[in-house]
Design a protein. Structure first.
Length: 644
């Protein structure tokens, strides 16, 4: 039956861990990158030679790396992996691997994970892991305009055309140029005059002639012009004006188009200085910096790691990160859509926990826990029935409970606080409580000055009797005088004494359901508690049930022997005691309350000796449990005497 209890307990522990694991999965339902775990159970063998099973144990905790749902966010630096790869970061010299991350840029320009502040890793030109840093990309310098490319048509039927074009000088400042195309009757067919001036000041900055052939394309040598642009700081930049390739119609043309020309600026390659506005990550893991001037810059490429068996090669590090468990090492590469997968920028991978599955597992674990608890309860009930069968052989004989000195001190300390609270509420005179507890022997004669709480004898009138111990003590505590000095029949006095008595019993935890001791009943396990306060003492007889509520339960040893009636035991010396554990030790003072005819509870292994000591601690001999003439016996062995 004990084996059955241990088997049931192993099931309780295993199902409890299973419930805790399910709770952990459900709690991380919305944790980005979380991977669910499941427990693996294995059989416990109590006897390998017989194949007898001894319960269940947790054999493994396995993580599942299936793809979670990708969810869009408002942060362009949030990244997730579509595939089997892991992003890589570095923290305190260790490589961390993670599936999803809320990335950020710290004050030093380093790309980091917001969850643990680890440094995100990228790949250099040789495919090696490096720290990704955006420190040099916070500002983008301006670029002076070097090329102006035009398209459209200068109509053969028009005589004038004017456009304004923006340019950037050597200092990056934006300026407006006015291009005025004109022709008159004195010019040969297909020729136009171009005058270039500053739009704000009208100052001429250059010009030239444009000539077209009969097909409408620029003639060789006239498709390009160049001007010098001087900045306010004195720097000079050259600007080339491209009107198309000679012999083609790819640029500016000279065809009939009515009185309106459509020549316009197609492209200019200059831009002003810009500040960083946002960062994005594309599908190949390229980090892009975007600036206020519309330009972009490359911030490096994220690295991905791939593990052949991630469930065996990775260990959880917290915050959605993992550590490598050792060989084989991770394979490092770039996001390319193969085993590594692709990067999803502006998205996070949510957990792969399926709520319906977890609830199903929860029901199974709950039912398993209930079944295991029923198994323990059934085995315990069977064991209790067996113990009751053992006790039937000594029916009519009361057990004797011997209290060790440490237990009596524990009882005193346990009652100090409630009694002090009672004194604060009811006592009319100051004073501290002093408690002393001792075990009561079965054959001990009782003094009439002992108070029996809840004996069934009312105290309404007896509290005024000069020989009632409770009334005498309460009168001094509550009113500071002898009970005879109190007015008899006074309702206020009677009510005060009665209420104080009830409160005292509650403080001692002595209630009617504690099996109160009446006159003539057996006092096995009772304790006499002496309460002293302000020079007045009260002896209270506490029932065994009350005492047991203040003491920890004793744990019986295995191979428990049946009770032994001392009148039938063969003792070398008349020593009576209760043994409750191996290497038990009792003092002679603690043995004085026992008497012949009491039951000796042998919760001890046969042939295990125990010490018997004086009150001061000196060992006077040993007790030995054994058998003699086919009967259980206790033998007292003085010092230096061997057992026979």
């Amino acid at each position: 039956m004990l084996t059955t209890i241990h088997t049931g307990l192993s099931g309780l522990r295993s199902f409890q861990r299973g419930l805790a694991n399910i709770g952990h999965n459900i709690a991380n339902l919305n944790s980005p990158g979380y991977k669910k775990t499941t427990l693996g159970y294995a059989e416990l063998m109590s006897r390998r030679d017989t194949g007898v099973s001894g319960g269940v144990r947790i054999a493994a905790v396995e993580s599942h790396f299936g793809q979670g749902e990708l969810r869009a966010t408002a942060n362009p630096l949030d990244v997730a992996v579509e595939g089997d790869g892991f992003l890589v970061s570095r923290l305190r010299g260790e490589s961390h691997y993670f599936r999803t991350g809320e990335l950020d840029v710290d004050r030093d320009g380093r790309l980091i994970r917001r969850a643990d502040r680890s440094q995100v890793q990228g790949l250099d030109a040789h495919g090696r892991l490096v720290d990704l840093s955006l420190a040099g990309l916070r500002v983008r310098a301006g670029r002076p305009t070097g090329l102006l490319r035009f398209s459209g048509n200068l109509s053969t039927d028009a005589s004038s055309h004017r456009i304004d074009v923006p340019v950037h000088d050597h200092a990056g400042a934006r300026r407006e140029l006015t291009l005025h195309f004109r022709r008159d009757g004195a010019m040969p067919p297909g020729q136009w005059r171009l005058d270039i001036s500053e739009g704000a000041t009208g100052q001429a900055t250059g010009g030239g002639d444009l000539r077209f052939d009969a097909a409408g394309s620029p003639l060789a040598g006239s498709g390009e012009l160049s001007i010098a642009l001087t900045a306010a700081s004195g720097g000079v930049s050259r600007v080339r004006l491209d009107f198309g390739r000679p012999g083609t119609l790819s640029g500016v043309t000279h065809l009939s188009g009515g009185s309106t020309s459509t020549l316009k600026l197609e492209q200019q390659d200059g831009y002003p200085p810009g500040s960083l506005t946002r960062m994005t990550v594309d599908a190949r893991g390229r980090v892009q910096a975007h600036y206020t001037n519309g330009q972009t810059a490359d911030g490096g490429q994220l690295a991905l790691a791939w593990f052949e068996r991630p469930a065996q090669q990775l260990l959880r590090a917290g915050a959605g990160a993992w550590l490598s468990a050792g060989a084989p090492p991770a394979r490092i590469g770039a996001p390319a859509g193969d085993v590594f997968g692709r990067i999803a920028g502006g998205m996070l991978e949510m957990s792969n926990v399926e709520l319906a599955t977890e609830f199903s597992e929860l029901i199974v674990s709950q039912r398993g826990y209930q079944a295991a608890s029923q198994l323990v309860a059934a085995a315990n009930e069977m064991l209790q029935q067996a113990l009751e069968m053992r006790g039937a052989s000594v029916s009519g004989v009361q057990d004797y409970r011997l209290y060790a000195g440490s237990e009596l001190r524990l009882l005193e300390r346990s009652l100090e606080t409630p009694l002090q609270a009672w004194g604060d509420a009811w006592a009319g005179m100051p004073g501290e409580f002093a408690l002393a507890a001792r075990a009561v022997g079965r054959g001990e004669r009782e003094s009439p000055a002992v108070f029996h709480p809840f004996t069934g004898q009312g105290h309404a009138g007896a509290l005024h009797a000069p020989d009632d111990p409770a009334g005498v003590w309460l009168a001094w505590q509550c009113f500071g005088c002898a009970v005879a000095a109190l007015p008899a029949g006074n309702r206020l006095v009677d009510a005060t004494l009665g209420a104080a008595l009830q409160a005292l019993c509650r403080g001692l935890d002595v209630t009617p359901d504690r099996l109160a001791i009446a006159d003539g009943q057996d006092r096995s396990g009772a304790v006499l508690l002496t309460i002293d306060r302000a020079g007045h003492s009260l002896d209270v007889l506490l029932p065994a049930a009350c005492v047991a509520s203040h003491l920890p339960a004793r744990q019986p040893a295995s191979d428990v022997l049946p009770p032994l009636l001392l009148s039938q035991a063969r003792l070398a010396n008349p020593v009576v005691l209760e043994v409750t554990a191996r290497s038990a030790s009792f003092s002679v003072e603690e043995l004085m309350t026992a008497s012949a005819g009491d039951i000796l509870r042998l919760d001890h292994r046969v042939d295990d000796p125990f010490d018997i000591r004086l009150a001061g601690g000196g060992v006077v001999g040993q007790g030995l449990l054994g058998r003699k003439h086919d009967r259980l016996a206790v033998k007292f062995l003085p010092l230096r005497q061997e057992a026979r």
